[in-house]
Design a protein around this ligand. Sequence first.
Ligand SMILES: C[C@@](CO)(OP(=O)(O)O)[C@H](O)COP(=O)(O)OP(=O)(O)OC[C@H]1O[C@@H](n2ccc(N)nc2=O)[C@H](O)[C@@H]1O
Ligand SMILES: Nc1ncnc2c1ncn2[C@@H]1O[C@H](COP(=O)(O)OP(=O)(O)O)[C@@H](O)[C@H]1O
Length: 318
Amino acid sequence: MTSLGQLRTDREVRVRAPGKVNLSLRVGTREPDGYHPLATVFQAVSLYEEVVARTASTRTVTVSGEQADLVPTDPTNLALRAADLLAEHAGIDAGVHLHLHKAVPVAGGMAGGSADAAGALIACDALWGTGVPREELADLAAQLGSDVPFMLAGQTAIGTGRGHLLSPAMSRGEYYWAFAVRTEGLSTARVFATFDELVAGATRLEPEADRALMQALRAGDARALGAALHNDLQYAALELAPELAEPLAVAEDAGALGVLVSGSGPTVAALARSRQHALVIAAAWTAAGVADQVQTAAGPVPGARVVLSAGSAAGGSD
Ligand SMILES: C[C@@](CO)(OP(=O)(O)O)[C@H](O)COP(=O)(O)OP(=O)(O)OC[C@H]1O[C@@H](n2ccc(N)nc2=O)[C@H](O)[C@@H]1O
Ligand SMILES: Nc1ncnc2c1ncn2[C@@H]1O[C@H](COP(=O)(O)OP(=O)(O)O)[C@@H](O)[C@H]1O
């Protein structure tokens, strides 16, 4: 094993990784492995996690941002797990210090942890010079979590299997979102378990169900997209957090083209007519006191990517 941590010094790689909203999330019946098959349409949105990787002798992580205290810094942190997996895959014993600056709500159904994992894969690959091909990075991503491959890919994509089998979706134009964030997250496992209680195995994934949604994306028709937004987990999220009915109703009253719970929640996502209208919806939530925090964003945007690579390697600079 090579110790790259000793070969390269004082290097820093910065990666930006977006959050996501599921434009449609359809859930089948739980399988023997404990997971539900999904048919989903992801859109990456411009709420960005920043992942900074610096040369170090061991692997550690620190976290900043308003909800930093909700994120573990032990080996269960998804970014650290990504670094461990990449090092193992590349057969190296390299160290890294990862710093995560979080903007995506924690446990909010917008895949912030998955974005950190995707960002850490890209950042460590660049820091360590491991040059792992894109398809192998995608395989590693799928081992870290079902949403991680999409956070690498970004833009708009259809996800099947557990959401990790991706095919690109044609999408025209830009879409504007407002997000109502609740500080207290929802456990994904609990939401799926509640979904099981509510539907008692009576679901089927219909291949044609998102035809209108795909058509709206191809046409760049925000109004039609708003009407086609869909989330099978929404009733389960509302069962566990009934107060989410309030931001849903306030966004509708503020003229949202469509409004839904993002993924397993509890973030509520409202599709707006324009960037300005997204700010109006966010202001309506704040005025009504129905969100702990509000955010606005646009999509689709690219997946995790390096924005800065700097520093000197031993024996030369780059
Ligand atoms: C629901 C989605 C939709 O994009 O996103 P989030 O709302 O979490 O962002 C994802 O499928 C979330 O994927 P991910 O966040 O990786 O879930 P995991 O940590 O692997 O799963 C936690 C638990 O949720 C349940 N689970 C998860 C995914 C799935 N397809 N079926 C399940 O039943 C399982 O009980 C699992 O043990
Ligand atoms: N880097 C990370 N960022 C956020 N959460 C993390 C991270 N690593 C592990 N976790 C754990 O994963 C849980 C859910 O993560 P997150 O991706 O924020 O939400 P969701 O799965 O709802 O999209 C958190 O409650 C936290 O305990």
